[in-house]
Design a protein around this ligand. Structure first.
Ligand SMILES: [Zn+2]
Length: 315
């Protein structure tokens, strides 16, 4: 009986392989889950690869339910690059089934050397892109994956990566400088959900989210009341909304503070888990970070040019 049971899964696996596509059959595309990964892959690949990104502008990856077309994209891809650490909550099973078929599928945020994750071991914070020095390590990892996928163009990828790393270093330096201009007692960043802990650790700013690290959990009344008390006590002038998270709980905090006689304004909309529109500066990793750093700094009483460190921001 025991023996028979152990044979069944092998038979099912075999049947599903032969019924569906051949193990090695792919359309040769590179599929990514989030824009912050897609942008770096495109920067390094240049015109050598086609990159298809699944979760776009204004969409929240924590709660995103994969569409049939997205599942198909993953099923046909030659290489799949995703964040991991449970960011892409509902895509996890599709990604792991592709991995089981022998297609290269990599969680870029997992297993990075010399990166200390924030949060407890069972649920580490997945928002690594908020620290440009960590995302530079992810860029290195992408360079390795691209070169393994397409060894003929290894040199091309290597030299483009070196160029791109210079911009990431400039971005990191700008963030350190910008946050340093905020008066020390106002270096507190309050956002809709806890996406900014890596930013806070890297650039010396205290971070509080109205919701937890996943947007899947709703903010309770107690969370909101605690936060209101904190803002009133510290006289924090601004809190921030996010492009991929509804404003509801942020508004509750602002109203709560107003009832206590403390005016809090919305300091701007930040890009947390999704970038801006494709084809715009804010639709690139560097542009979204420049927007965040510049917006936060100016709303909290620091002083940096409105157009950001490259003079490319719009408002
Ligand atoms: Zn998030």
């Amino acid at each position: 009986m025991k023996r028979l049971l152990s044979i069944i899964p092998i038979l099912t696996l075999f049947a599903s392989c032969t019924k569906k596509e051949d193990i090695a059959k792919t359309d040769g595309t590179i599929v990514t889950t989030i824009g912050m990964i897609a942008d770096v892959v495109r920067e390094i690949a240049g015109d050598k690869q086609e990159v298809i990104n699944l979760i776009g502008e204004g969409v929240d990856p924590h709660s995103h339910q994969p569409l049939k077309s997205e599942v198909d994209r993953i099923q046909n891809a030659g290489l799949v690059l995703y964040n991991g650490l449970m960011l892409e909550g509902k895509m996890g099973s599709v990604l792991s089934s592709r991995k089981e078929k022998g297609i290269p599928v990599f969680a870029l945020a997992e297993g990075l050397e010399n990166v200390e994750l924030i949060g407890d071991q069972a649920h580490p914070d997945p928002h690594l892109w908020m620290d440009a020095s960590i995302w530079a390590k992810v860029a290195d990892a992408i360079g390795v994956r691209l070169s393994d996928f397409d060894p003929e163009n290894k040199e091309h990828y290597g030299s483009r990566l070196t160029e791109y790393q210079k911009s990431l270093t400039d971005l990191h330096t700008y963030a350190l400088m910008a946050f340093g201009t905020i008066p020390p007692d106002q270096r507190v960043l309050v956002t809709a959900h806890d996406a900014f802990s890596y930013l806070g650790r890297a650039y010396g700013i205290e971070v509080r989210g109205v919701q937890g690290i996943s947007t899947e959990s709703e903010a309770g009344n107690k969370d909101i009341n605690d936060l209101v008390a904190y803002l009133v006590e510290k006289k924090i002038p601004a809190i921030f909304v996010e492009s991929s998270v509804p404003e509801k709980s942020v508004q509750a905090v602002i109203q709560g503070a107003a009832q206590e006689g403390h005016q809090v304004k919305i300091g701007g909309t930040l890009f947390s888990d999704a970038m801006g529109a494709p084809g715009t500066y804010e639709g690139t990793y560097i542009g979204m970070m420049d927007h965040n750093i510049t917006t936060i700094t100016n709303a909290l009483g620091g002083g940096v040019p409105q157009a950001g460190f490259q003079g490319k921001l719009n408002d």
